[in-house]
Design a protein. Sequence first.
Length: 320
Amino acid sequence: MVCPLRMTVDLHWVKMVKVKLKSGYEIYLDGHLVHVLDTLVYNLPNDWDFVILVTGDRMVRTGKSVMAMSVCAYLADKLGTKFDTDNIYFDSSSMIDAAQKMPKYSVIQYDEAREGLAAIKNMKIVQQNLIDFFNECGQLNHIFVLVMPDFFSMKEEIAIGRSELLINVYRKNVQLMRDIYKTGDKVPVVRFDRGYFELYNRTKKKVLYDLARSLHKKSYQLVKANINGRFTNNYPLDKEKYLQMKKDALARFKERKDKEKEISQKDAVFRDAKILEMKLKGMSGEKISKYLEEKYDYSLSRRRIDEICAGKTSEAGDGA
């Protein structure tokens, strides 16, 4: 039999597997996926550690967190370690601290989407912290399952070099005729069905990443996945506790964003004053833009710099 990670598909595997966990919970996993995960379990004791990426087809509400939980629960069960809400983290700092104290062969889920990575600068910082940690944590022999907003926006070191698998979950659109208004007349509608995934091994996800960059097209359809399968909405842990954790994490995120907004407003005042100072010294907009990016990692167009300077000059004239 060919090694599952090379993804030669045997038709006998095409079925859902019911797994009774030692924790008492039950999950259903695609048969193809089970064999891939078994391969990671087999290799982990040989001084390996693994990173699995789970994305949501560049969308939200596709079920990627539940899929990640099922993967984590199965791996932990087979490795003989626990997996519950204590193994799920919504910010990278807490995950990094906790991972260093966990026993060998622990399985850890990190949901990056909760950390608000819509901000490009914040995304770079968090991912760099993860890269630095992953470069040093190999001796821990853990498996990390990262729930990410978008594969194509990730740094290459994680997307390609550090991760073993990419699991992208997506919805299917089913066209139907339904009497949704109870009038006796059916109208065409589209039902959004969750529960589908596609898996890319190390080789295929590299091709996908490189092709997306070269073509400037962010689409999972650029490369045929090694496995296409189904997953269910079964929670392998205390669902209510998890949902409360997620709610608390969102509240902390909002509080942090409010503080960051206040700080950023103060930073903008300093930034604008610095820009005007450089402009008055005769620096061009292009040179100011380059200086800001190199010195403060702050990207600002020459046009925006000119607008800031024009505004500040106008304010100075009004106050004369």
